[in-house]
Design a protein around this ligand. Structure first.
Ligand code: NI
Length: 183
């Protein structure tokens, strides 16, 4: 039985998202629905494409307790969660990179190490339609980059080395097969 979240192999996950022209009640309702689906799936982020939509929109709720530096200090104090990111754009990234295991609701039970810039600056519209700029590091920076990938049709599998793809070949094939069966 297919859940509300699109699984790897569903062609919508490869779509390029479309610019949101106005932050309407419909967009807010979509963001709220996405948060609900994300919470039921116990995720910390969800992009519109993962529920079959193409709006340039993702939602995040990164728990501050999971986003601390090695001294136990919050990485992103002052950043409000949950947050809807509409028409998000990365306008700055650190040269310093970080590697950590990532999961994705479109790839259940798959966790792979991904290297990304350690810090990013993201510009977006919030659910009130106000422009915001956030300097993010730690888990939040990673989550923003992961979700932004989705809006460009880029998926966890694209960050996997060929060795990792071979190691997880069975699981990747299973996702694709289940997708065919669901359609
Ligand atoms: Ni994902």
């Amino acid at each position: 039985m297919a859940g509300p979240v699109c699984i790897y192999g569903n062609p919508v996950l490869r779509k390029q998202s479309e610019h949101v022209n106005a932050v309407t009640d419909e967009i807010r309702a979509l963001a709220d629905r996405m948060l609900g689906i994300m919470y039921s799936a116990e995720g910390i982020g969800l992009a519109a494409e993962q529920i079959g939509r193409t709006e340039a929109l993702f939602v995040l709720d990164v728990p501050p307790r999971a986003d601390e530096d090695e001294m136990g200090r919050p990485n992103n104090p002052g950043v409000k969660m949950p947050q809807a990111f509409i028409n998000p754009e990365i306008i700055g990234a650190s040269e310093e990179t970080a590697v950590a295991e990532e999961g994705c609701l479109s790839f259940p039970k798959l966790y792979v190490p991904v290297t990304r810039p350690a810090e990013v600056v993201v510009r977006f519209l919030d659910r009130d339609g106000n422009e915001q700029v956030i300097n993010a590091k730690g888990l939040l920076a990673r989550a923003i980059q992961h979700e932004l990938d989705h809006l460009h049709g880029v998926l966890l599998v694209d960050h996997m080395t060929s060795i990792a793809k071979v190691a997880h070949a069975l699981l990747l094939r299973k996702f694709k097969k289940e997708n065919k069966a669901a359609r």
